[in-house]
Write a protein that binds this ligand. Structure first.
Ligand code: C2E
Ligand code: MG
Ligand code: MG
Ligand code: MG
Length: 290
């Protein structure tokens, strides 16, 4: 019996591996034409200052809606894009789209609104990102301080010095740099020491189970660490009032999470802003739209 079960298991795994392989291949094929078919778009998730409930920035989040595959999750297709270097044209598109959109939004926001863009280490390694960012900021007349880039160590970074010098050039432009998903990589602290970040994003992992299965000590430690290193701090994935209060009491001033807003389409975000802007600004926009 054991032998038979073993064989079945083997067949099962072989089938599964094959199915995975085929579906990754399909993803890759479809992803190659996603840009030209206009299948990519950006959602924007507001980042909120706790004390004022004011939206101070948004994070641009990539969305892919494919004719055959439907909506594909970024956690599924970003790794494929990175493995195939498709992340380079896609990442360039994201950057330009986010800057263009954010520039438009300056007029409908009460305060200067920043935009945060996720970058893959591949883009930093293989393209002249500082040059490209400089050109985009100029083209869209966007103040550099309103752009932030987020880096994770999701992919093994073998060339820390190269990355470090690229980041320095980007920072020289005035662009802010955040370490994303902090605490999830296997060398987060090493990155924090060796790279010169402006902001630390606490991963949802250290927020989501508070207070039931997590006493919040690690989140607290991260907030203190950020303070010690003179970094700004933002907590991701805040879903409940309890979590919000906990963060507020522990000096985390900005959060991003479903508690306030989910990632929003351009339309949804504009409707939201229209509700919150002053009357005069609102009239200006309605006139523009007529
Ligand atoms: P991320 O940069 O850490 O983005 C935050 C993710 O957490 C987003 O998932 C967002 O929808 C989700 N999230 C935010 N608040 C909550 C919450 O309260 N509860 C829960 N359950 N989730 C929340 P999303 O949009 O699926 O993106 C997943 C990841 O894909 C991103 O994680 C980022 O690493 C990557 N990604 C997205 N867009 C891009 C892009 O343009 N370029 C690159 N290189 N990576 C991207
Ligand atoms: Mg991010
Ligand atoms: Mg994150
Ligand atoms: Mg993430």
């Amino acid at each position: 019996y054991a032998h038979q079960a073993g064989d079945n298991t083997y067949v099962f795994y072989e089938k599964e591996i094959k199915a995975n392989y085929l579906s990754n291949l399909k993803l890759e094929t479809e992803l190659r034409s996603a840009l030209e078919k206009n299948e990519l778009s950006l959602n924007y998730q507001p980042q909120v200052e706790i004390d004022t409930a004011e939206i101070i920035a948004t994070e641009a989040l990539l969305r892919w809606n494919n004719a055959e595959l439907g909506k594909v999750n970024p956690d599924q297709f970003i790794p494929v894009a990175e493995r195939t270097d498709l992340i380079i044209p896609i990442g360039n598109w994201v950057l330009e789209e986010a800057i263009k959109q954010n520039k438009k939004w300056q007029s409908i926001s009460r305060h200067p609104l920043a935009v945060s863009v996720n970058l893959s280490p591949i883009q930093l390694k293989k393209t002249d990102l500082p040059q490209m960012i400089a050109e985009l900021l100029k083209k869209y007349e966007m103040p550099a301080e309103l752009l932030e880039i987020e880096i994770t160590e999701g992919i093994l970074v073998d060339n820390m010095e190269g990355i470090s010098s690229q980041l320095e050039k980007i920072k020289t432009l005035g662009v802010k740099v955040a370490i994303d998903d902090f605490g999830m990589g296997y060398s987060s602290l090493k990155y924090l020491r060796n790279l010169n970040f402006d902001k630390l994003k606490i991963d949802r992992e250290f927020i989501k189970d508070y207070p039931e299965k997590d006493n919040g000590n690690i989140a607290k430690m991260m907030i203190n660490l950020a303070e010690q290193m003179d970094l700004k701090v933002i907590a991701e994935g805040v879903e409940t009032a309890e979590q919000l209060l906990f963060l507020k009491e522990n000096n985390c001033r900005v959060i991003q999470g479903y508690y306030f807003y989910k990632p929003l389409s351009v339309d949804e975000f504009e409707k939201l802003m229209a509700k919150t802007v002053s009357q005069s600004a609102f009239q200006m926009i309605s006139q523009e739209k007529d």
